[in-house]
Design a binder for this molecule. Structure first.
Ligand code: FE2
Length: 412
């Protein structure tokens, strides 16, 4: 996503069903205009169950401002099954992560191979990508959380291949939400993998420029869509859907995108899916011109774009619903002052995932696993909860450093 083209405001807010609300949460937006309700326009803190009852009479959903929400003990029930993403996992996270890691490594080698071949003037042949993408699909179908976790372990120096892998995985996950079968997911995963192939034709000086792009540079950057189409059109064994996605993944449903200004009814479902996940991954990745933004920031931007009908609402909601408030791989600050990495979310208590504590309250490095669903108090007997979500770079936590210890512990 070329974010420099658009400045977006955002609010750190999370959409919740009224049934999931608890006293202490700060309501900042309703699912209907404030004026149609008796509530204060500027938002309010839920003081008791009476407030929740009052909200229930007027709303199905509300938005919670996470920054203004006080320390509360809360349990959120799993959302009712609405898509495949809420299906029972066929394997446990611990079991799947080992296979997922092998698949990720093979996929990364394959992506780098394709990128290099095109860079050296060879035509793309994605026959070699087929096995890797179908292994990714199989892993996501067994348990999407493992692959999802691996997308968080980003390497700064390999943005192109990392972004291709992440968009491939997120697309498959979202395709499940949209009800795609395995064959459709494989085609979609390939679209995700190849969507930015045209960037190979864009000068590195523009791709890696630290400052804002000039009008001419921006126009050149946008050409990666048409260049991507040309590169793939000339390739071998290319699924035509991936040409369509390389060309159309920067189109917006309201016709404000590029290069053709197409509208929603002219865009394929594959294009709409890749558009959503491409933006999520770009926002949450570090770029030469800005640091990575955290998950809630990305949620705010995607929500806004869906509201403005630039992104598909059902798909955007599906991705945010799956990722939840604390996606695996998030870096969080606990109310005890400790810093931790989120490992696996507990479907019954989505605000109390399993974590790896990596820094104690004094900032000293530690490595300690903790299940927040089972640990409700800190060492001083105070209620323990997640206080904030931080960017891994802002918190100076190098997730790759913990890759081995996390994987080892999960495989133990
Ligand atoms: Fe792109």
């Amino acid at each position: 996503m070329d974010e420099r083209a658009r400045k977006v405001d955002y609010v750190e807010k999370v959409k919740l069903r009224v049934g999931d609300l608890h006293p202490g949460m700060y309501v900042c937006e309703l699912d209907r205009p404030w004026l149609e309700t008796p509530f204060l326009l500027q938002g309010f803190e839920i003081k008791s169950d009476i407030d929740i009852e009052a909200l229930r009479r007027h709303c199905q959903y509300v938005y919670i401002d996470m920054l203004r929400t006080r320390t509360v003990e809360m349990t959120i029930d799993a959302l009712p099954p609405r898509s495949y993403l809420n299906d029972k996992r066929l394997t446990s996270f611990e079991k799947e992560i080992e296979t997922a890691e092998t698949t990720r490594k093979q996929t990364a080698i394959m992506i780098r191979g394709i990128i290099n071949e095109v860079r050296f003037g060879k035509t793309v042949d994605i026959a070699m990508a087929k096995d890797a993408v179908s292994s990714c699909v199989a892993s996501v179908i067994r348990n999407p959380d493992a692959m999802m976790f691996l997308t968080q372990l980003r390497r700064k120096d390999e943005y192109a291949s990392q972004h291709a892998f992440n968009v491939c995985i997120y697309s498959i996950i979202l395709g499940r939400h949209a009800g795609f079968d395995a064959a459709e997911l494989e085609a979609l995963g390939t679209c995700g993998l190849l969507h930015d192939m045209g960037k190979i034709a864009i000068p590195e000086t523009i791709l890696n420029k630290e400052g804002a792009l000039s009008r001419e540079e921006m126009a050149l950057m946008r050409e990666h869509t048409t260049k991507g189409r040309e590169i793939l059109l000339a390739g071998h064994n290319i699924f035509s859907g991936s040409i369509d996605v390389a060309y159309g993944h920067h189109e917006n449903l309201d016709g404000t995108g590029y290069p053709r200004g197409l509208e929603g009814h002219q865009l394929s479902q594959n294009c709409k899916i890749v558009a959503v996940v491409d933006k999520y991954d770009a926002i949450t990745s570090a770029r030469p011109y800005r640091p990575a933004r955290d998950h809630l920031h990305a949620v705010g931007i995607l929500n806004k774009m869906a509201k403005e009908r630039q992104l598909d609402g059902f798909l955007t909601e599906g991705l945010i619903g799956y990722l939840g408030i604390y996606p695996p791989g998030s870096v969080v600050e606990l109310s005890s002052g400790e810093t931790a990495i989120v490992l696996e979310s507990n479907p019954a208590q989505r605000l109390r995932p399993q974590v790896l504590v990596v820094r104690d309250r004094e900032g000293a490095q530690v490595e300690r696993f903790m299940d927040l669903a089972e640990t409700s108090k800190d060492a001083f007997g105070n209620p323990l909860r997640i206080k904030s979500v931080q960017r891994s770079d802002a918190a100076e936590v190098d997730l790759n450093r913990y890759r081995k210890v996390i994987l080892d512990s999960l495989n133990a």
